[in-house]
Design a protein around this ligand. Sequence first.
Ligand code: MIG
Length: 834
Amino acid sequence: MLSRALMRVLPSLEKPNALRLSCLSALLAFGAGATAQWQTAGTLQSYEVRSPGELLLHVAGASVRVSAVDEGILRVALTPEGQREARGSWAVLDRDRGNVRAEVSDEGPSIAVTTPLLRLEISKDPLRLRFSDAAGRLLSEDHPEKGMSWTRTEARIWKLARRGERYYGFGEKSGKLERSGTSMSMWNSDIPGYTAETDPLYKSVPFFYASAAGVCYGIFLDNSAWSFFDMGKEGPGEYSFGARHPALVYYLICGPTPREVLERYISLVGRPSLPPLWSLGFQQCRWSYTPESRVREIADGFRSRSIPCDVIYLDIDYMDGYRIFTWNTDAFPNPSGMIRELGAQGFKIAVILDPGIKVDTAYHAYVSGRRQDIFLRYPDGALFTGDVWPGLCAFPDFTDPDARRWWGEQFGELVRTGIRGWWTDMNEPSVFNVPTKTIDRSVVHHGLDTTVSHAIAHNVYGLEMTRATLEGLQEALPEERPFILTRATYAGGQRYAAVWTGDNVASWEHLAIGLRMCLNLSISGFAFVGTDIGGFIGFPSGELFARWLQLGVFTPLMRAHSVINEPDKEPWAWGAEWTAINRETIALRYRLLPYLYTAIYEAASGGSPPMRPMFYDHPQEERFAAEERQFMFGDALLVAPVLKAGATTREVHLPGGLWYDFWTGSDHHGGTTITVDAPLEHIPLFVRAGSTIPMQPLMQYVGERSIDTLTLRVYLARTGRDSSLYYEDDGHSFAYRQGRHFRRQFLQSVGEDSVEIVLGTASGTHRPAARVVQLEAFGVPFPPRSLTLNALAQSVSDSPAFPREGNWSYVSHQGVLRGVFPDTSAEAVILLRR
Ligand code: MIG
């Protein structure tokens, strides 16, 4: 009982049983009410320059290693005496970054580390860090009193906030987008029906942006233990972050724009993998579609109503008593036959995978797992077991390469059965029958060349489960890009899996919460993100579902889901009128696939995620600092979802420049707030002038037929040059890595007396099937006196319909030019003259 009480006093102790004795003396030393004895970095005692960009500094009780990872990223490692220095990382890519141009100079009272982009000034007495950029602008400085501090069990860095500093990121947070004045922690937790106040949630991404007066930097606290962030809640003008593990590493990441912070962070922890194109189609899930006849009924439900869909999920009831890698053969007597036939209808099947392996000596996974000794154990060697869906379970030690190999080997069978989607759930991990709802913190993991307690491995358990899944699929299905969807993960997890935001609720509030979570995750590296459309728990009205689905078009993962025991929630469940609206909504998703795919490709090549909060491109604009009800999707689209019941209009804040209404083609001057119609039929959507939106014909699933018409909607700016990327490949293999892609720029240039629209020469060796371009240019400022395509004169009619191939039309009261011509990989230049 004593240890219980002490646990409350010292919440961060990892091994309560082993520490009973020392706890007693600690309690006496601290006195009642004190939580811990903090030490703060004092006078620099000595230092060594290890290489041009690396310094080891010593103060009483700790050492601090500072190193330049590259020109724009500095790493700081605090190691109190008696602790092992943190070396490996589950998040940071282990790769040679070449020679970093960095210099160390002793300037008397301080030491400076300088790269072409950053300057770190280390004051010697006391040891404090002060980061600024090459332009001399202050980024971040240690708090003069508290600086870097530690106890025996935790460490924390206090910093001064700049005037008006705002904070963003932090991964999966359900509260407000802008985080100043709040505190948060990271400890992967399964909390069904969470709220805007619930923290922490399923995922840990200890990375954030600090932005003041348009100058932004990032901090990544690479610590997988329970970590915490106080962004000015504890005291104004300061913030702090730390972890319940005193050997602490953080990275300071240079901007100055949010985009540059994101790109540098991604270069550190890895890019999102490029998903197969079909996973951008509509996905239908519920707990559970069973038996087989029900799955077929759902598939027919989509096809008979002409509602596009690519993926149907099997939730936990497909298994034999929830045993992973088995089938309930009563409900699914012939899985491969079923999957083959659904495949012929254009569906892919995804299955849920939980980490818990049922303790059952007649179950092959348990038997082989025991034989290969890959399950987690307590320090005394006893097997850790806990209750989940199958009853008592053992848990693979996913941080151990041997356990990952074992897990990966189980995939051959499911792949041969035809499964193509992998849904890893419960991997916080969630355990039912213990008060902590997870694995005991003392349990021993193997990984990163050493053993660590579950207290350290907890937050990477889901990450390593998705890694094991990916590694298994690389063996079992090496030619296909895998689609893995996970609930729990850690920073860098975008390398392995897409994410969804767990067990949300069918409420209007949750529609807004889900949008915030997707935005926060997106700028925290997780580009492929979505919510349970319609809400997991509870039953939405037809209106709520329709509005949620409309937003879902603009979340990279577009998946509807439902908890068990709720009525049907498929898109046709609310009667004919709503069905028609939902059909059109999903149709829009499929028409926009070329644009969506380019947006996800941009993220997969190390750039911005598809979903971007408004501050991301406009960090200097105060009106966008806390904007969380509209967002950019890709470079071109501004999405303003309806988040209120009964609303038929909504306010939209347009950034500077010219904007086009996607639905009407009418234009609006930016830098304004407008109120637009928001009929139930569609989501308010705007296009940035200067962009080109590629669209394809409606299909019922990805690859139903080849694209015979590529529609290009060209939105002309009033003047000047602009460009948009277009990316395409085979959509499913890794051949794009060998250059089998089709990538080009769409350019526009608007002058006084001429407009030029160019489809740039395509790079790469992928060649789409023969098709035409159907070009539609909005905002053409004059009736063209002459029009040429690759210098050949074209005739122009004034018909409002799309002309036949080889013809053009111009409708003067709309300012819209339309033309149809063959698409090739060669440059196409369309020139209009006044
Ligand atoms: O304890 O597999 O978040 O999507 O349907 C609940 C059943 C387990 C939680 C997931 C949810 C899934 C459900 N799972």
